[in-house]
Design a protein around this ligand. Structure first.
Ligand SMILES: Nc1ncnc2c1ncn2[C@@H]1O[C@H](COP(=O)(O)OP(=O)(O)OP(=O)(O)O)[C@@H](O)[C@H]1O
Length: 264
């Protein structure tokens, strides 16, 4: 168990907590003098198997929170833990346990679809035949059977994002982080892919955090929708029951909109 597995304040987090921000604050130096406060008193925990959508207006701190989870920054104060580890100090311990689906597909153009999916497995030390078999299985699950040998430029944007998702699941991570993953796709493709993605996350028992500007996307993806407001803190949270009628969905939509808009 890593040294920082027990949260600050001495209270043990619930046993199934996978991600925790505890009083997390992040300030950036600025040329103008006063530092920019991107996160202030951020408290948020995500349980194992949960899919949390974080929504908020531009500049409210979503990307900063995301980057803290990826261990790209250290919080200025407070604490961030992922699977019991400090993602900044224990970056190596989390290798292979977190996978990210970015806004752009980030595929290597000189590699075929299956070679792109197999890349992370190569870094994990798997043999060629095993990694290609896993890559083909995941491409098949993402509806890309027959496209294994295609290069990224031969695929549509939706297909490329499917390859990116296959690459993510092929690593068999515990945690999947998504940053505006479907925002560059047309509405219908994005809608279809969102549904498939959520089913995969659930079927595979992963824990997910999905960052988005879109209330609709947050509602269709999250078991829980967390509304951020600047400077980066949780303004409101909504647990979204499955199978809501459209009138009930409309009520959640309105409440989320109000929470995003209200002045701090
Ligand atoms: N590296 C940095 N240096 C200085 N200021 C930063 C840095 N990164 C973020 N900020 C500032 O922190 C605040 C939060 O930014 P952040 O990018 O986290 O918001 P966001 O909610 O992700 O915005 P968007 O939705 O537009 O991507 C903003 O005021 C931003 O200008």
């Amino acid at each position: 168990m890593p040294q920082n597995a027990t949260p600050a304040g001495g209270d043990a987090a619930p046993a199934d907590t996978v991600i925790a921000f505890e009083g997390a604050e992040k300030r950036f130096p600025s040329k103008e003098g006063a530092p920019v406060t991107a996160l202030k008193g951020l408290d948020l925990s995500v349980a194992s198997g949960e899919m949390v959508a974080i929504v908020g207006q531009t500049g409210c701190g979503k990307s900063t929170a995301f980057n803290l989870l990826l261990g790209l920054y250290e919080p200025t104060s407070g604490r961030v833990t992922v699977a019991g580890c400090n993602p900044y100090a224990q970056f190596q311990d989390l290798k292979g346990r977190i996978a990210v689906v970015f806004q752009d597909d980030r595929l290597l153009p000189w590699r075929t679809a299956e070679q792109n999916v197999a890349l992370g497995l190569e870094y994990q030390g798997l043999g060629k035949s095993e990694r290609l078999e896993i890559a083909r299985t995941w491409l098949g699950r993402l509806g890309l059977e027959g496209r294994e040998s295609a290069y990224p430029h031969q695929l549509s944007g939706g297909m490329r994002q499917r390859v990116g998702i296959a690459r993510c699941f092929a690593l068999n991570p515990d945690i999947i982080l998504c940053d505006e993953s479907f925002s560059r796709l047309d509405e219908l493709t994005a809608e279809r892919l969102r549904g498939e993605f959520v089913n995969l996350v659930k079927d595979e028992g992963k824990t997910g955090v999905f960052i988005t500007h879109s209330i609709e996307e947050a509602l269709s993806i999250g078991d829980r929708v967390v509304v951020f407001r600047a400077p980066g803190h949780v303004a409101a949270e909504f647990t979204i029951p499955a199978g809501l009628e459209s009138a009930e969905l409309g009520s959640y939509r309105q409440r989320i909109r109000e929470a995003m808009a209200t002045a701090p």
